[in-house]
Structures are given as structure tokens and as C-alpha cells.
Write a protein that binds this ligand. Sequence first.
Ligand code: SF4
Length: 133
Amino acid sequence: MKKCLISTCLVGLCTRYDGQSKPNERCLKYLGNFIYIPVCPEQLGGLPTPRPAAELSGGDGMDVLTGFASVLTRDGKDVTKEFLAGAEAVLKIARDQNIRLALLKARSPSCGVKRLGVTAALLETNGIKLVEF
Ligand code: SF4
């Protein structure tokens, strides 16, 4: 069976900034074809749960990777370092496990794909296919 990464909140773990989860039925059906490894980049980067909501500032996740944008909490604290550390930790897991696919939570400054989050950007630049739920 192939392996994939998945955002922890999509499988029902309460890792979101507000301590909630976002289980997604369509995604859970998709998972039947995979051995999956749940990852939460914001927790892996050292942020607590619950935590202040954060947003990309000045660009998207790719811009954060290149130093042209940052991630700020709503009260203005810079958490770019933690977001980058989390993205690197997720990439390391993908490499260690030889994983080429990640199922990621939409509209997240870490995991979002259409509006590219920091982790999604790092995975994409390393050739990992992304699917957003
Ligand atoms: Fe879910 Fe990703 Fe946010 Fe963690 S960082 S709670 S996995 S959307």
C-alpha cells in the first residue's frame, strides 16, 4: 500500500488553533487506499494547542520560504520561525518515509494549497503532490 501524509485535523484530531478538529468524510474515504501518517506542522513547529490564530502576511507560503513574507498572529506576534520549523519537520517525515503525496487542510496558513501555506509550499517545492480538502 502507498503511504501519504495527512493534516491531523482532517482525521479528527483536535490540533486546530482553537482546539477543534475538522474531520472530512470525503477525505476519510480517500484514505482507504493509503497507509497514512497524520502531521500537524504548527504543533511540530513548537506551537501550543490551543494557540492564537495566525495569518500569512505580505505574501503566500512560498514568499515565507524565501523570506519575503511572514506569519503573524492576530495580535501581531511573529510566528514565522515556528511555521518554518514545522514545515521542515513535516518534510523530514515525508523524506524518511519516502512519501510522495500529502492530503492537506484547506484555508490554513500552514496546510492550505490553493492559498499556499508554508508547509504546503515546502512540500510542493520538494516534489510532493498536494491534494486539498
Ligand atoms: Fe490542521 Fe494543518 Fe492547522 Fe495542524 S496546521 S491544525 S494539521 S490545518
